[in-house]
Ligand binder design. Structure first.
Ligand SMILES: N[C@@H](CCC(=O)N[C@@H](CS)C(=O)NCC(=O)O)C(=O)O
Length: 160
């Protein structure tokens, strides 16, 4: 999860799905044009942080049973420590740049999602005011707010 069916193929992994959607509809502007080597790296950097680091930490907080056959307490505890370090890293960059790439992009959506679910699973968001502000600014965007509201309703219907 997630998985996206396109052209008869099943695409998994968020960075692959989002890169596919961007290539399909570049005019939507979910990512900027990759016109310098640096922007290519910065996009990949944001995707890797969210997909490879933050998302698994969020799972450790919200669904620790996936990581152990034993007591979930130590998994949650370690996930809290890792969340403090990795969200702290993201918060420092957001504090400097406002959005992950300087301008709004789909990477901000993924980062807000990770932060929101982590906080919902017991991470202390108040310790990261830059990410709280990031989420608040994202919610000022009409399209994002509508999708976020739908996602909240879906999560509630699943008892999450
Ligand atoms: N690196 C993955 C992370 C996705 C992920 O962790 N998804 C969760 C659900 S939100 C999941 O399926 N975890 C596997 C599991 O709990 O068995 C991506 O980019 O798509």
């Amino acid at each position: 999860m997630p998985a996206f069916v396109a052209d008869g193929a099943v695409i998994t992994e968020n960075p692959a799905i989002l890169a596919y959607i961007d290539a399909l509809r570049p005019e939507a502007g979910i990512l900027p044009a990759r016109d310098t080597p640096l922007i290519v790296a910065e996009i990949q950097r944001g995707f890797s942080l969210c997909s490879g680091t933050l998302h698994p930490i969020v799972r450790g907080l919200a669904n620790p049973v996936r990581f152990t056959t034993g007591d979930v307490g130590p998994v949650r505890e370690r996930a809290q420590e890792l969340a403090a370090a990795s969200f702290g890293y993201a918060a420092a960059r957001i504090g400097e740049r406002g959005w992950w790439l300087g301008d709004w992009s789909i990477i901000d959506v993924y980062l807000v999602w990770c932060f929101f679910v982590a906080c919902h699973a017991g991470f202390d968001g108040a310790a990261m005011p830059a990410l709280q502000d990031h989420q608040a600014r994202a919610l000022e965007r009409e399209t994002f707010a509508a999708v976020f509201k739908d996602d909240m309703a879906r999560r509630a219907s699943m008892g999450l």
